[in-house]
Write a protein that binds this ligand. Structure first.
Ligand code: SAH
Length: 214
C-alpha cells in the first residue's frame, strides 16, 4: 500500500464507517478515489483529514464523511444518470463516476470547472462531463436525471431541480439559512414529491437564479 492508500483506508475506517455509513459500494469508492489529487498542492497534507479543505475561489471540498453520507443517501445505481451541482474540485463527481453510468457535473466558476475537468480526465473518468453554468437551473440538455446531488446550500429547493428529476428519482440537497442548513432528501414518484430531513450541515452558498444572490 502506498501512503495515500493507507490514509484512505484510515479515513474510511475512522471517519466514515465508524459514523454509520455502511453502503459497501460507497465505502469502496471512497477507498479508491485519490482525494489528494483534487486539492491544491499545498493542501495535500490535509487531503485525508476529517474536515473540509479549501480549493480556491472561496470554495471548499466537503469533509469526507459528508461526501460519503450524501452519496449513500443518494442511493446511486450502476445504470443511473446523475447531475452533480457544484463541481468544485471534482472529487464528488469522481465518486459518482465510480458508481453511476453517467455523471453531469455543473460549476459556476469556469476556472474551478477547468481544473476539475483536467484531473477527472487524467484519472480516466470518461463517464463524467463537467459543464459551466448556473446549476440552480439544473442542466436541461441532459435531463431528466435519476439522481441529483447539490454541494452548496440553497435557501429553498430550486424548482428546476425537482422538474428535472426522473420518476422514481431522488435529490439530495442542503437547504436553509446562510450559515446552518439541513440535508434534505426529495423522492419523486411521477408527479408526487416526498421530502425527508437528515442531519444539520454547513455548506457554501448556492448562488444563482434559484439560489442566493451573488
Ligand atoms: N462537490 C464539490 C464541493 C464544491 S463546494 C467537491 O467535491 O469539491 C460548492 C461548489 O458549488 C463551489 O465550487 C461553488 O462555486 C459551486 N456553486 C455555487 N453555486 C452554484 C451554482 N448555482 N451552479 C453551479 N455551481 C455552483
Amino acid at each position: 500500500m502506498d501512503t495515500y492508500e493507507n490514509e484512505r483506508e484510515q479515513m474510511v475506517t475512522h471517519q466514515i464507517a465508524s459514523k454509520g455509513v455502511r453502503d459497501e459500494r460507497v465505502l469502496a469508492a471512497m477507498r479508491k478515489v485519490p482525494r489528494h489529487r483534487f486539492v491544491p498542492m499545498d493542501a495535500r497534507p490535509y487531503a485525508y483529514v476529517d474536515s473540509p479543505v479549501r480549493i480556491g475561489r472561496g470554495q471548499t471540498i466537503s469533509q469526507p464523511f459528508i461526501v460519503a453520507l450524501m452519496t449513500e443517501l443518494l442511493d446511486v445505481q450502476t445504470e443511473h444518470r446523475v447531475l452533480d451541482v457544484g463541481t468544485g474540485s471534482g472529487y464528488q463527481a469522481a465518486i459518482l463516476g465510480e458508481l453511476a453510468a453517467e455523471v453531469f457535473s455543473i460549476e459556476r466558476h469556469p476556472e474551478l470547472a477547468e481544473t476539475a475537468e483536467e484531473i477527472l480526465s487524467e484519472l480516466g473518468y470518461e463517464n463524467v462531463q463537467v459543464v459551466v453554468g448556473d446549476g440552480t437551473r439544473g442542466y436541461a440538455p441532459a435531463a431528466p436525471f435519476d439522481r441529483i446531488i447539490v454541494a452548496a446550500a440553497a435557501p429553498s429547493v430550486p424548482q428546476a431541480l425537482l422538474d428535472q428529476l426522473a420518476s422514481a428519482g431522488r435529490l439530495v440537497i442542503p437547504v436553509g439559512p446562510r450559515y446552518s442548513q439541513r440535508l434534505e432528501v426529495w423522492d419523486r414518484q411521477e408527479a408526487r414529491f416526498k421530502r425527508s430531513t437528515n442531519i444539520p450541515v454547513v455548506f457554501v452558498p448556492l448562488i444563482g437564479e434559484e439560489g442566493w444572490e451573488d
